[in-house]
Design a protein around this ligand. Structure first.
Ligand SMILES: NC(=O)c1ccc[n+]([C@@H]2O[C@H](COP(=O)([O-])OP(=O)(O)OC[C@H]3O[C@@H](n4cnc5c(N)ncnc54)[C@H](OP(=O)(O)O)[C@@H]3O)[C@@H](O)[C@H]2O)c1
Length: 296
């Protein structure tokens, strides 16, 4: 492994020997527009994946419903046979409609089909970590997740999944899940300008569970904030590096999966690990929350 300081240091998923660098890579942007079909330039997508691995990244976040199938197929084309230590985290619980919509796919049959689609398209025998994705497109919705989670645990018993995480969940759903199985990570919407999960993150940190924010840079419409711009300018960094550095400093259990289809952005994002935000910058960035809350 590289130096602890590189890629933000490491975090071990609870109850496992999986040691992940805190800066990983989110693969959703490798599919075509609206996460549908192939990208304009498959070779460019392959180059980004290979460069991420060459730079030391050992955590890729994906799903077979990106494309659908396309993103996983590109990961396989770029990286198979996979280097030792690479952990591919995927998601189950959704499928795509012909109109490109995102539809729940949480029945026993759909979850089983989803596992086999992931295994086939990634070219592996067992999935390292599967996040059960419930709730809405962006936010969680309360309600029992016992049925789909029990079906996923059965697939784990069959040896098709090594570890289970959750996505788009509430603290109450985590408690319910932990009565059923061990949860190693939670993936919810969170970034410097969207902080609904502040208390949840702290509670997960106390339990040693990883929190992996999706849309760490704002997602399809990357973050735009005069406060982030100001802090970035004062530190000779870019706004995206400030957004990522803020997350790394927010809590040691936060793991990053910024998505990009650009080699230049990939390098820029990885370099965020070297950026140490002083407390004055953190206080300034905390003002964003207040202005968002006031609707400014
Ligand atoms: N669990 C869930 O429900 C869920 C939902 C959404 C996403 N995810 C996961 O989270 C990962 C991250 O989300 P995401 O990729 O959608 O959003 P993101 O990481 O917040 O942002 C990606 C966007 O930022 C741009 N970008 C990246 N680096 C940049 C830089 N240095 N400077 C300027 N722009 C930059 C990208 O464009 P370029 O390609 O031009 O760089 C892209 O438009 C996904 O890959 C996916 O695996 C999970």
């Amino acid at each position: 492994m590289r130096e602890q300081t590189e890629l933000g240091g490491t975090f071990t998923l609870p109850g496992t020997s999986i040691n992940l660098y805190r800066i990983g890579y989110g693969a959703m942007q490798l599919a075509g527009p609206q996460v549908w079909g192939p990208p304009r330039d498959v070779n460019a997508a392959i180059a980004v994946l290979r460069e991420a691995i060459a730079s030391g990244v050992n955590h890729i976040d994906t799903s077979d419903y990106y494309g659908p199938h396309v993103t996983n197929q590109i990961i396989k084309q770029a990286l198979h046979p996979y280097p030792a230590g690479l952990v591919i985290v995927t998601k189950l619980g959704a499928r795509r409609g012909q109109d490109k919509s995102w539809i729940h796919a949480l029945s026993r049959q759909e979850l089983s089909d989803g596992v086999h689609d992931n295994l086939r398209n990634l070219g592996i025998d067992r999935l390292d970590v599967v996040n059960l994705r419930v709730g809405g497109v962006l936010e969680p919705a309360e309600g029992s997740i016992e049925e789909p989670l029990t079906a996923l645990v059965e697939l784990k018993r069959q040896g098709l999944i090594a570890h289970i995480g959750l996505s788009n969940v509430t603290p109450r759903q985590l408690v319910e899940a932990q009565r059923i199985t061990e949860i190693v990570c939670v993936q919810n919407f969170y970034n410097v300008a969207h902080r609904n999960d502040d208390e949840f993150i702290d509670a997960l940190a106390r339990q040693g569970i990883a929190y992996v924010p999706f849309f760490p840079l704002g997602g399809f419409t990357p973050l735009q904030s005069s406060v982030v711009d100001r802090v970035a300018a004062s530190m000779q960094a870019t706004p995206m590096q400030v957004a990522l550095a803020w997350l790394l400093q927010r809590s040691p259990n936060i793991l990053l999966i910024p998505g990009t289809s650009s080699l230049e952005h990939l390098h820029e994002n990885l370099r965020a690990a070297a950026l140490e935000l002083p407390t004055t910058a953190i206080s300034e960035l905390n003002e964003i929350e207040k202005s968002v809350a006031k609707g400014q």
